[in-house]
Ligand binder design. Structure first.
Ligand code: ACO
Length: 418
């Protein structure tokens, strides 16, 4: 393995150090490039740029492999709860029984919000998208948290309070009164009860639904330097607070090319169904470079093979639909779209496979979550990842994120008023 790369610019010879990761991924360290050569690199979309060293999650995009702190996602999904996964992601190791109990109890201790938040929510127009509301409420939550708390307690506050904010947002949308957390329930069961309980009626938990929700939250828990996580790290690098950074991450996640794709996928599948189910026509539309339409839930910056999360989500969707005895034409259609797209040379050559968002919406729909709330559920799942990156960024002492540019505007000129 080489430790430096040699290159020539205009007849001058330079050496740049090479750094390696755990799986021998290699990077040329260009941090002194401009200083020594006068050049910067140009990499729109950061397609070839590593911004940090991280030990939280690892993706092998060619193999279609995802590890959380070294553990394959396939093992975590079958052996851990979302709360254990959150502990793992935040702290680096799986908790033992005592650690898990203490972590869960501390989260329950923070399971309430200030009553002013309900008033603030009441004043937000009901037409506003739940992702905008969640991001806003997460930001303002800061005003109601004791500033002298230990940083570890802030993470627990967010884990405890985000489900409440999500549930309140949903309930307000559909005209249900505010709800309270139930400290006797586990994390996902409490989340479901807060969403769906109706006043004066006892809420019956369905373990099939609870299990599906637990799995889908785990699948979203971290995914290295994606757009929203990078946003969180970037804000943190400027020493913005945790709540402001997470709130900004949510805004990034809302985008249709990122987490907002889960809502867009179901809308696309419904449109395909409504227009007669001619999948081939929609695939042709996605291939047409003059048409801005893309096959939503397909393609990924890193995965050039199956997204392992999509494989698991597909199985979870099939199981939950079968166990609940629902017949969902959208699931059958999604499988058909996947089959047909993966027979098409365009998708094969460009290595465009279903990503997590392709099947997650089908699971949410089966458990009763409406389309507009899909990305909110994604945010609840991604929370431990965002917080772990914020924490790691501080521990690494990463410098403020501040890229350069190639200026192509006017040359210097003088104002000449007429
Ligand atoms: N449908 C049709 N063509 C596509 C699609 C798609 N879904 N995705 C990529 N392509 C094509 C592009 O047009 C491009 O073609 P070209 O080389 O002929 O110009 C090529 O594949 C490469 O695509 P890029 O956009 O350059 O790839 P990038 O890595 O920048 O983007 C992204 C990845 C944003 C996920 C893209 O695949 C996409 O838009 N997918 C649909 C939206 C989606 O599902 N997003 C969720 C991603 S997962 C997540 O964020 C949780």
């Amino acid at each position: 393995m080489c430790s430096v790369v040699n290159f020539n610019i205009n007849g001058y010879h330079y050496k740049l150090p090479v750094i390696y990761g755990t799986f021998c991924e290699k990077a040329i360290n260009i941090s002194k490039l401009r200083e020594s050569t006068g050049f910067i690199t140009f990499d729109p979309g950061f397609k070839n740029t590593g911004i940090t060293k991280s030990s939280i999650s690892f993706i092998d995009g060619e193999k279609g492999e995802l590890l959380y702190r070294g553990y394959p996602i396939e093992q975590i999904i079958n052996q851990c709860s979302f709360i254990e996964t959150s502990y793992l992601i935040l702290n680096g190791e799986l908790p033992n029984t005592a650690q898990l109990k203490s972590f869960s109890e501390k989260i329950k201790k923070f399971n309430s919000i200030h009553k002013e938040i309900n008033k603030i929510l009441d004043n937000i127009p009901n037409s506003y998208h739940p992702m905008g509301i969640l991001s806003f409420l997460t930001h303002i939550l800061d005003a109601f948290i004791n500033n002298s708390l230990r940083e570890e307690d802030l993470y627990l506050h967010l884990l405890a309070k985000l489900p409440i904010l999500a549930a309140l947002t949903y309930r307000k949308k559909i005209g249900l009164p505010p709800t309270y957390a139930d400290p006797h329930l586990d994390y996902t069961s409490n989340l479901l009860k807060m969403f769906f309980s109706i006043p004066n009626q006892s809420y019956e938990l369905n373990p099939i639904i609870s299990d599906a929700l637990n799995k889908i939250l785990i699948l979203h828990a971290d995914h290295e330097q994606n757009c929203s996580t990078t946003t969180v790290r970037l804000l943190g690098s400027a020493h913005a607070g945790l709540f402001a950074s997470i709130s900004a991450g949510m805004s990034a996640l809302w985008g249709k090319l990122h987490g907002g794709a889960n809502q867009a996928v179901i809308e696309m599948l419904e449109a395909i169904l409504k227009s007669g189910g001619n999948i081939k026509k929609w695939i042709e539309k996605a291939k047409n470079k003059k048409d801005p339409f893309r096959l939503m839930g397909f393609g990924h910056r890193i995965y050039k093979n199956f997204d392992p999360r999509a494989k698991i989500a597909k199985k979870v969707a099939e199981n939950v639909i079968q166990q609940l005895g629902i017949s969902d034409p959208i699931l059958e259609l999604a499988k058909d779209v996947e089959r047909k797209a993966l027979q098409d040379s365009y998708f094969l050559e460009k290595k465009l496979y279903p990503n997590i968002d392709f099947y997650s919406g089908i699971i949410y729909q089966a458990i009763g979550i409406p389309k507009e709330m899909f990305t909110v559920m994604f945010a609840l799942g991604r929370l431990p990842g965002w917080m772990a990156h914020w924490k790691e960024m501080k521990l690494n002492k990463d410098p403020i994120g501040r890229p350069r540019q190639i200026y192509i505007g006017y040359k210097k000129r003088n104002i000449k008023k007429k």
